[in-house]
Design a protein around this ligand. Structure first.
Ligand code: KG4
Ligand code: ZN
Length: 336
């Protein structure tokens, strides 16, 4: 079965063709990151307009690269939630029009389920049940994937997502948006024990995450240094990046370790934009290997937003009987 996936939930316009949920035939991503970098973050109105301009060409390119014509496509999977509402609506409206005109099934697909599905594209052996740790710009959650379309949330971010904290910490260090990848590189040369940033706990939930305190702590630390007249040299910046990364990864690690040590020892799949972080990849791998538990981490190309992950999850949504109709709406927030 050939599924055309479409993803426009944030600042990447993406389309892909995936066979039987597991084999990527094409994956095209048109990023708007340079446009948004001028403003230090995603400007929703600009994102929607840019998606509208790019979507036709991106879909055509995905079909062309897959070497398949639209009539051979069985269904169109599209991200309908969660994300920036205007951005989501451009992709959804395009997918609705295309599927209606071409007589294809529409499959509304959840963005976070899509991130998890990125792992199906590279690990044929990965099958539910497993734990999914999604760490992205907009979401941080620890989930039990009972089945391809049956998720139970174990812990979620109560405030900022990990990626948001990375981006804001990067900004205060003078790195351009989105700063996650630059923070990753900077942290490699820093001393992670130079500054003690504390990891927050959530008083009524052992598995929920909170990153806004850590984000504010790093901003305050930099501002305090500046107020004291200390200009940050490269060594200090690297130490801040490394210390911040250590605290953030500790927050994630303690929850994952607790889960694996107290609940069923299932394999772990990491996903989301922040899954590209080398320090997080290493920490999650070590935690799982120490317990002899399978660990699945997507290649960097499938960590950030893309449409192959949407086409993959769309396949399982289709198999599970979930089909959209032509008055399908998009939603900025939506439980998994
Ligand atoms: O999953 P994603 O592409 O978009 C959302 O669905 O949110 O995640 C984007 C986030 C950004 O915050 C970006 O800075 C972060 O992923 N990111 C990283 C790295 N690469 C991307 N964060 C830390 N280390 C990285 N290497
Ligand atoms: Zn995403």
């Amino acid at each position: 079965m050939y599924i055309l996936g479409i993803e426009t939930s944030c600042d990447e316009t993406a389309a892909s063709v995936v066979k039987d949920g597991r084999e990527v035939l094409s994956s095209v991503v048109a990023t708007q990151v340079e446009t948004h970098a001028l403003y230090g973050g995603v400007v929703p109105e600009i994102a929607s307009r840019a998606h509208t301009e790019a979507i036709s060409a991106v879909v055509s390119e995905a079909l062309k690269k897959a070497g398949i014509s639209l009539d051979k496509i069985d269904a169109v999977a599209v991200t309908y939630a969660p994300g920036l509402i205007g951005a989501l609506l451009t992709g959804l409206s395009y997918a609705k029009g295309l599927s209606y005109a071409a007589g294809k099934t529409l499959i509304p697909t959840h963005h976070i389920r899509g991130h998890v599905a990125a792992n199906y594209l590279v690990y044929p052996e990965l099958k539910p049940p497993f734990y999914a740790l999604v760490v992205s710009g907009g979401h941080t959650s620890l989930m039990l994937v009972n089945d391809y379309t049956d998720y139970a949330v174990i812990g979620r971010a109560r405030d900022d997502a990990a990626g948001e904290a990375f981006d804001k910490a990067a900004r205060v260090l003078g790195l351009s948006y989105p700063g996650g990848a630059a923070m990753d590189r900077l942290a490699c040369s820093g001393d992670a024990n130079a500054i003690k940033f504390t990891s927050a706990t959530v008083h009524d939930s052992e598995y929920d995450f909170s990153f806004s305190g850590l984000k504010t702590a790093v901003i305050n630390y930099v501002h305090t240094q500046e107020a004291r007249g200390k200009s940050l040299d490269d060594k200090m910046k690297a130490d801040i990046a490394a210390s911040f990364t250590k605290a953030l990864i500790y927050t994630v690690s303690v929850r994952l370790e607790k889960l694996l040590d107290t609940e069923k020892a299932l394999p772990v799949a990491l996903a989301g934009g922040v899954a590209a972080n080398s320090h997080l990849r290493k920490a999650v791998t070590e935690i799982c290997e120490a317990r002899n538990i399978g660990v699945f981490i997507p290649p960097l190309s499938l960590c950030g937003d893309n449409a192959a992950m949407i086409a993959s999850q769309g396949y399982y949504e289709y198999i599970g009987g979930s089909k959209g109709c032509h008055n399908q709406n998009a939603y900025a927030t939506m439980e998994i």
